[in-house]
Design a protein around this ligand. Structure first.
Ligand code: ZN
Length: 442
């Protein structure tokens, strides 16, 4: 079926003033001003009230944390004490609780206009060995496109690390399960709904063997690599003490300085490291909300981009944001970018990071833009709420007035949000179940 999304109020695409035609999972035509579709469409969607964006792409998250938002043990703490306190809560995660946490994160993202997400799942207490399988099942059920990342933590308190013994795994278990989920779920085809990436929590949180083994598996299965990196100035102090080198050098020695890798946060690089990351094509997922919450600093987005680093946006974990709203992440990245770079950061930069930039971080050239041949992943917003009244530029209004909720969302040519409601999900029942599950973590 050919669907003409007709005459949008505004659209973030060149030469598509009269809209776009979608057939199957793909965009097949952009209709320029004064033109009509080349082939008569089977159906038309009147988009005259809608601002149309490419579906937003979330490049970093921790879905399980939706059950522990605004948690009393984490309030008013710096990053490391916060993490230490929260890990004692998260170690109680069960498969049933994870499933409902993931479902909530997927739905929340979708409602904000997100169509693809990378979830950094690095929590594997005993009993939660099937965490990645659960994530894949839930993503398919809700209809969000995913890069599920098989995370890992391998150095616990007994080995001088930060993590409790209960949530770390040994290197053999991490690597063999990484290969298992790559074999089962990693789809390298264009238009894939599920891809798998390998994601040690940080190069300082796992033995070198896990970093090297993950890079080797990523090469073998043509998959991507992800980790947290340089979120805090203390990290390189610790890296020098524990490993005798800086984080970027540890990454390079493990075979990670390549365009297969993208890292979360990426605040504290020196100029030479920025050049090295750019030459290698390592991506950075800028997580503005959690960087502000923990007062860690401002990602040097413009310097990284100038060096050739793809910049994407991540909402980061739902216990350090504590929202999973991708449009809010766009607005935060604009505001924080202004603090560092002044007016040279625009709403169009922030939107590019949240779409094409994040897609590049995830190694995808089939999403993140509205153009013929791209996947039909779209977010449509109305400007009918009081916050938009009086706004002039419709695309700037989404970012500056603070759009929060999409009216329609399409993933792979299928409407997944209609009139602001997720398709096939009883939202009230989901919230009820999610709240009940969260009580287990009080
Ligand atoms: Zn994170």
């Amino acid at each position: 079926m050919r669907l003409w999304i007709k005459d949008p109020l505004a659209i973030l695409a060149a030469g598509a003033e009269r809209g776009i035609v979608v057939e199957g999972a793909e965009i097949v035509e952009c209709i320029a001003r004064g033109r009509s579709p080349a082939i008569r469409p089977d159906a038309t969607f009147d988009a005259s009230r809608h601002v149309v964006l490419p579906g937003l792409v979330n490049a970093h998250h921790h879905f399980y944390q939706t059950l522990t938002r605004a948690h009393p043990v984490g309030l008013g703490k710096e990053l490391i004490p916060w993490l230490a306190a929260m890990e004692r809560v998260w170690e109680r995660m069960t498969p049933e609780a994870l499933r409902i946490a993931v479902r909530m994160a997927l739905v929340e993202l979708l409602l904000s206009g997100c169509t693809t997400a990378a979830d950094h799942h690095n929590l594997f207490p005993p009993g939660l060995e099937d965490a990645i399988d659960i994530e894949v099942e839930e993503a398919m059920r809700v209809g969000l496109r995913m890069t599920v990342t098989r995370g890992s933590m391998g150095i616990s308190e007994k080995d001088g690390g930060l993590q409790p013994d209960s949530i770390v795994q040994d290197s053999d278990t991490i690597l063999s399960d990484s290969e298992r989920v790559l074999r089962l779920y990693h789809d390298r085809n264009a238009g894939a709904m599920v891809r798998v990436a390998l994601a040690p929590c940080s190069p300082l949180a796992v033995p070198k063997r896990v970093m090297e083994g993950s890079a080797a598996l990523a090469d073998r299965y043509d998959a991507r690599l992800h980790c947290h990196l340089c979120q805090s100035p203390d990290e390189d102090v610790y890296a020098m003490q524990a490993f005798g080198k800086r984080s970027v050098d540890i990454l390079e020695e493990a075979g990670w300085l390549s365009s297969r890798a993208w890292v979360a946060h990426g605040i504290y690089f020196n100029p030479a490291e920025i050049e090295r990351l750019g030459r290698a094509g390592v991506g950075v997922a800028h997580c503005a909300a959690s960087d502000m919450l923990f007062a860690k600093g401002i990602c040097p987005t413009k310097d990284l981009e100038a060096a050739g680093v793809p910049i994407g946006l991540g909402v980061d974990g739902s216990a350090s944001n504590d929202s999973s709203n991708m449009m809010e992440a766009v607005r935060h990245s604009l505001m924080l970018g202004r603090l560092r770079y002044g007016a040279s950061v625009t709403h169009l930069d922030a939107l590019r990071w949240a779409t094409e930039g994040s897609a590049r971080c995830l190694g995808r050239d089939d999403i993140g833009r509205i153009a013929p041949g791209m996947q039909a992943d779209l977010a449509l917003y109305t400007l009918d709420e009081p916050r938009f009244s009086g706004a002039h530029d419709p695309i700037a209004a989404l970012v500056l007035c603070g759009a929060h909720r999409a009216d329609r969302v399409m993933v792979a040519g299928r409407w997944r949000v209609i009139d602001g409601a997720p398709e096939g999900v009883d939202l009230a029942a989901l919230i009820g179940r999610h709240k009940a599950a969260a009580r287990g973590f009080g």
